[in-house]
Ligand binder design. Sequence first.
Ligand code: PLP
Length: 344
Amino acid sequence: MNNREINFYSDTQTRPSRAMLETALTAETGDEQSGRDPTTNALCERVAALLGHEAAVFLPSGTMCNEIALAVHGRPGDEVICDRTSHIVNFEGGGPAALSGLMMATLDGDRGRFTADQVLGAIRFPSRYDPVSRIVSVEQTANMGGGAVWPLAQIQGVVQVARDAGLALHMDGARLMNAVVAGGVPAAQQAGLMDSAWIDFTKGLGAPVGAVLVGSSEFIDRAWRFKQMWGGAMRQSGVVAAMCLYALDHNIDRLADDHAMAARIAAHLGGLPGVAQALTPDTNIVIFDLSDDAPAADVVASQMMEKGIRFGALGPQRMRIVTHMDVGPDDEAALTTALTAVLG
Ligand SMILES: *Cc1c(COP(=O)(O)O)cnc(C)c1O
């Protein structure tokens, strides 16, 4: 095995750069949980404006952003309308049920994106027997859809139907900035339509810790109660907020490079006999299915690991490759050579 693992497992695998780490040395800090950390406050103001909202709160993770937002919008027994593949359904340990008593009404969208008509079909009539339809959650980009970008018109359609029915709207914007760079629709035009939205700093933006949740001042006040209750309130968080500010300044435009690399990798996969289909990526996530005569996905993953390249299986025949700032042209070349050796 090579000394250095080439990591296409996820865009969460990036290490903070020296320049990013250096911002922590000079960051002004204070007690975050009493609102006295100037760097964290600056980050919150900046993300609120970027996403078209009044206020923001800094949280340790994207998962906490989702769980707090759902807790604020819903009550036990309420229902969240979202895609079947979404992060809140599959990767948060059942948090919406465990923490907020919420039920999930899951839709079969196209690569994680559902339509206004599907939402309309899922909204329940008020009845003493039924759970109350309360929240619609949109994941931009849709992770398990292969980083698929929701077109603005589709978001607007969903927003219209949800608003007409008095539902709250939430955007899981873990990779919203990838959607902005790929689709050209400013973040505020999409996230601004929601009651709550957030971006993650630990995905393509390359920071080690942090996510920012936005909404109205009233929403953020209520979010703070859960942040305190669930142990997300911090102290001198400016050291990590500074790295997030650095990411906003330096790591957004370059997401286009990740998208271009993902497109080349998908095209390469499409030409390999061991691959049945590779979804054309909108952004930085390549999802592909192995053909029936190829080895199983976990076998392919370990064969790739033997060549020093890491990426993961999503199922018996489904795999995922994610590009990010810590993989460059040499890594891409090593990946495509190894893929040809294993699946060619
Ligand atoms: C990663 C991710 C999350 C969770 O973010 P963490 O910072 O890892 O907790 C939520 N939603 C989506 C779509 C994600 O990809």
